[in-house]
Write a protein that binds this ligand. Structure first.
Ligand code: T4K
Length: 416
C-alpha cells in the first residue's frame, strides 16, 4: 500500500513489481512440443516456400475460422499489402486513425492513400457515418479494423460498400477467434488480414494471413506472395516475397494448440480486472463484458476521464514506474503521425471521437504471465493513485507534465 506520495516509485519509492508486467508478453507454447515440431522441419529439409508445415497451419486456421481459404504470409503488414494488391485497389482507402500505424503504412507503402475516418465511441471501430463523409470519386475501398477484437459495424459497412461499389476489407489483427453473432471474424467483407506477431493472442513469432471465402481472390493472393511465379520461370504480373517460413509456421501450430486455454485465461483476467477496479471514479472499462464469450480478450482496455483526477499520461508514468508496463495504444492516432500529419488529404473528416480516445485509453498486462493476485495488486495500486491524485498531479506537473517518456522505471524510454 502506498501511504504517501513519496511511496510511489515515480517519486523515488520502491516499485510494486520488481519483475515488470508487460502488455504484449508472448503467450509461450509448450516448449517440448515446439522443439519437436522444429526438429521435424529440419529433418524434412524443407525450410520455406510453401512447405507442408505452412500448408498444415493454413488448413488449421481455415478450420478454426470456418473460412474457405487461408494464405499465410510473413507478417500482418504483408497480409494487408498482399490483400490490397490482390483486390487491385487504387487511389484512396478509408481507414480508422485509431489503429496501429501499420494499417495505414501498409497501404501507403504500396502507393495507396489512407484516408482517416472517425470511430464510434463504444466499439472503437469505424463509424459508418464518418466513413460516408470520406467517400469520394478517388475511393476504392474501406478497410475496417476490429480494434481490441471488437467486430466492426459489419452490416452497415457492407451496405455502404455495396452502395458505392467499394471493396470492403478488414484488418483483423486483434480479432483471432472473435465472433460476431456466432460467425467467426475472417468471414466478412471481401477478405480479412490477421497478424500472428509474437504479441498477438495466437502467434508464429512473426507471421500473418489473409483469409477469404472468395477462391479467385485467394488464388491471386497465393500468386502475389510468391513473386507472381506461375511455373518454373514464368511470372503472371507482379509479386513479392511474402512467404511464411516453416519454423514460424511450426511455432504457429504450437501456439494454435493452446489457443483455447489462452483465451480462457484472458477472459478470466478481464473479469478480474473489471471486478478489482469497479467503482473507481473516472476509471472505466472500455470493452463490454456482455460480449466476452465472443472475444479473445487479448487487450484489457480502460478509459481514464477527468474524474480520475490525474491524466491518462500521468497514470501511465506512475504505473510504469511501479513495473506495470501499461501502454497508451494508439496515441496519438495515425492522423497525427508522420507522414500523414503533413497532408490534409488524409484527414477530410472531423476525428473528435478518435482525438478523445487517444488521450484517454490505457491497456493493461494480461495473458498467461499474470495471476489473479497480481491483478488485484494493480487494482489496489490504482485506488492508491486515485487517493493521492492531487499530490501526484502536483509533483508530476513539476517534473514536466508527467508524460510517459519522462517516467523512471523499466522501458521508460518508450512513449506508448
Ligand atoms: N494492424 C494492427 C491493428 C496491428 O495491431 C498490427 C500489429 C498490425 C496491423 C501489423 O502486424 P505485424 O506486421 O506487426 O504482424 C507491437 C507489435 O510489434 C505489433 O505487431 C502490434 N500490432 C502492436 C500493437 O504491438 P510495439 O511497437 O508496441 O512493440 P513492442 O516492441 O513495444 O512490444 C510490445 C510489448 O510486448 C513490450 O512491452 C514488450 C513485449 N514483448 C514484445 C516482444 C516482441 C515481449 O515481452 N516479448 C517479445 O518478443 O508493436
Amino acid at each position: 500500500m502506498k501511504n504517501t506520495p513519496q511511496d510511489f516509485a515515480v517519486l523515488g519509492g520502491i516499485p510494486e513489481f520488481t519483475d515488470p508486467l508487460t502488455v504484449g508478453a508472448p503467450n509461450l507454447p509448450d516448449e517440448e512440443e515446439l522443439i519437436r515440431r522444429i526438429r521435424n522441419v529440419f529433418a524434412s529439409g524443407q525450410l520455406t516456400n510453401n512447405g507442408p508445415v505452412v500448408q498444415e497451419f493454413e488448413r488449421r486456421i481455415a478450420l478454426e475460422l470456418e473460412v474457405r481459404n487461408c494464405i499465410c504470409v510473413c507478417n500482418g503488414t504483408m497480409a494487408l499489402q498482399v490483400m490490397a494488391a490482390a483486390c487491385d485497389l487504387k487511389g484512396e482507402v478509408i481507414v480508422p486513425s485509431l489503429t496501429f500505424v501499420a494499417t495505414a503504412h501498409a497501404l501507403n507503402w504500396i502507393g495507396l492513400t489512407p484516408v482517416f475516418a472517425d470511430v464510434d465511441p463504444v466499439s472503437h471501430t469505424l463509424d459508418p457515418d464518418s466513413v460516408r463523409t470520406c467517400i469520394s470519386d478517388r475511393t476504392s475501398a474501406i478497410l475496417g479494423v476490429h480494434l481490441w477484437g471488437n467486430p466492426c459495424r459489419l452490416t452497415e459497412l457492407q451496405t455502404l460498400a455495396d452502395e458505392h461499389e467499394l471493396t470492403l476489407l478488414y484488418d483483423a489483427s486483434h480479432a483471432f477467434c472473435c465472433r460476431s453473432a456466432g460467425v467467426p471474424i475472417g468471414n466478412f467483407g471481401d477478405a480479412e488480414a490477421f497478424s500472428f506477431h509474437a504479441t498477438k493472442v495466437m502467434h508464429s513469432i512473426e507471421g500473418g494471413a489473409i483469409v477469404t471465402n472468395d477462391d479467385a481472390l485467394a488464388a491471386k493472393c497465393r500468386l502475389l506472395r510468391n513473386f507472381g511465379i506461375t511455373g518454373l520461370t514464368e511470372t503472371d504480373g507482379h509479386g513479392i516475397n511474402g512467404k511464411l517460413n516453416e519454423v514460424c509456421a511450426a511455432a504457429g501450430l504450437a501456439s494454435l494448440d493452446s489457443i483455447d486455454s489462452v483465451i480462457a485465461q484472458n477472459q478470466q483476467n478481464m473479469q478480474d480486472y473489471y471486478s478489482t477496479v469497479e467503482g473507481i471514479p473516472g476509471f472505466i472499462p472500455a470493452i463490454n463484458l456482455r460480449d466476452l464469450t465472443d472475444r479473445n480478450a487479448h487487450y484489457v482496455v480502460m478509459r481514464v476521464d477527468s474524474e480520475f483526477g490525474i491524466s491518462r499520461d500521468q497514470l501511465v508514468s506512475v504505473l510504469r514506474a511501479e513495473g506495470v508496463l501499461v501502454r497508451s495504444y494508439f496515441a496519438p492516432g495515425c492522423h497525427k503521425c508522420e507522414p500523414y500529419v503533413r497532408n490534409p488529404v488524409h484527414c477530410p473528416a472531423s476525428l473528435t471521437v478518435t482525438d478523445n480516445l487517444v488521450n484517454s485509453l490505457i491497456q493493461f498486462p494480461t495473458g498467461s504471465q499474470i495471476s489473479q493476485r497480481q491483478i488485484e495488486r494493480i487494482g489496489a495500486l490504482i485506488r492508491d493513485i486515485r487517493r493521492h491524485r492531487f499530490e501526484l498531479a502536483r509533483h508530476l506537473g513539476h517534473m514536466g507534465g508527467g508524460n510517459q517518456a519522462g517516467a523512471p522505471g523499466p522501458e521508460s524510454g518508450k512513449a506508448a
